[in-house]
Unconditional design. Structure first.
Lengths: 277, 277
DNA sequence: TCATATATGAAAATAATTTTCAACAGTTAT
DNA sequence: ATAACTGTTGAAAATTATTTTCATATATGA
């Protein structure tokens, strides 16, 4: 599946009935748009030309022509990513997983607030200590974040022990920053620890897939991922990748903004040299 | 070089001076035609619109539009993902990171051997014990893998302590499976541990970005990621995501193939219920 | 040199696209 | 329930793009 098709599917629910008809026609007739003018397509879809222009704009194009060209670029051979089944080879599953990851990243682009992201990155840069809490699935993400921040020379620690999380949170001050990671946003222990940190005046950041979750109430800054994985799993596998993408973005942002970072990164690399063949 | 470009070169000698000017401009400005109207391009080439229409017809197209679309289709390499700079907002960086992740996944699709992937997944399913080794960056990936396999009810353990890695490897048998994760493939301790495991007869699997690395020599099965990140980092951030995608694929594959898994996943979920709000 | 064939671009004709606007549907506030 | 608001829609107008026509220019070969 290509980028444009993907985007159409993502925005489908937000479309009006005429736009949905357009989306449906495009899905059912892959590649055909390329040889049609706006009036011809309007007739096919039973809508006005204006609606087609709006449709194109909504997808981020300048107009109908650009939409058409985008379809031409991205090849008509539209693969449709179905669910994963027992007949699939492991490689086919890999392809589907890639597709879903891509989809989740696009969705996260919509749900992630640019201002919050920037504020969170700056808070981390100014924090005296950075505490990162995650459990289960999110523990690996927390560890990844700690690792990256340490490479940049920051005083970052991650905990995947709920006692340690609460203990560490209880000793924080308003100079410190806490990052709570929970896909559901409802992990009791993480919420507790973040709450304690907030009571102590620390800046609290949460990374979650659920906007209406308890962790958000305890957060000064909430970073939302998005993913459509009800299909074949309760596990938020794709939102996890989106979390990592957010972490990568923050990492790069800090490494660009922080003037010491290039030196620090070099120091890190040097320290690891002897560990390699 | 694409079909249309080739044809233009073939017919070049038969063209008049104005048409040659068009051909020259197109060669010097690859891809630019896509965003230009016929009048704009006519001005660029210093010729009349009519000449452009004739030019397109001569190449076998119905008109200017078709020529334009043909260029759009054949010019896949027009991705303009720049590097990350200090002027970028954190959100812009997130967008670039997403783009790179997508790119890396596509590249990995090419470098990953379907047969090896399947073999690795089956070996894991049949392994008595699964040992996963990673250090630094790769420790988080190893932890993630362990977590997923445990959810499926497998006897999986990850170590990010080089002593524990070697110790555990020294006690393995040919019924066991070892997974060594190293972006560079040159991490001494990981290679050592995998080597020990291999000497003991365990099935060894490696996940790495480097086909010609020491770890591959110690592996029965090598799974290669791919990524282009020389641009702004030594860290293999994107290959890391590709590693996780491989892990996700294996997870789903096993959960489809292993008949007990749905029960096990349910048990896992139940065990976590009390931890949530 | 001249007749013929071909190439060219300005302008006219046609077609495609975009904008405007009024009607309408659904939602929220009063 | 009603008013005010918000967003969707397509017909028609306005704009822009493309194609055709045609007069002129240029080259070719007898």
């Amino acid at each position: 599946m290509n980028k444009t098709t993907l985007q159409i599917k993502m925005l489908y629910n937000k479309m009006g009935s005429a736009e949905k008809r357009i989306a449906d026609w495009l899905m059912e007739n892959p590649g055909k748009i390329i040889s049609l003018s706006i009036s011809e397509l309007a007739e096919q879809c039973g809508c006005g030309e204006a609606t087609l222009v709006r449709f194109a704009r909504r997808l981020g194009f300048g107009g109908y022509q650009e939409l058409k060209i985008s379809f031409a670029r991205e090849d008509g051979s539209a693969k449709t990513a179905d669910g994963i089944s027992a007949e699939d080879s492991c490689f086919q599953i890999f392809e589907k997983v890639s597709e879903d990851i891509y989809c989740s990243l696009e969705m996260t682009k919509n749900s992630l607030d640019a201002q919050n992201l920037e504020t969170a990155a700056k808070a981390i840069m100014n924090g005296k200590r950075i505490m990162i809490y995650g459990l289960g699935n999110s523990a690996a993400v927390a560890l990844d974040f700690q690792h990256k921040l340490m490479r940049l020379g920051y005083n970052a620690v991650s905990f995947c022990d709920n006692h340690m999380q609460s203990i560490s949170a209880s000793h924080l001050t308003k100079k410190d920053v806490v990052i709570g990671i929970s896909h559901s946003g409802s992990s009791k222990d993480i919420v507790d620890a973040v709450k304690i940190a907030k009571q102590n005046g620390a800046t609290t950041i949460s990374i979650t897939n659920n906007g209406k979750s308890p962790i958000v109430k305890q957060s000064d800054i909430a970073l939302y991922t998005a993913s459509n994985e009800t299909k074949y799993s309760i596990l938020g596998l794709n939102s996890r990748i989106a979390q990592l993408a957010i972490i990568n973005a923050i990492y790069y942002y800090i490494s660009c903004q922080d003037k010491n970072s290039s030196k620090t990164i070099k120091t890190t690399e040097e320290s690891l040299q002897s560990k390699k063949f």
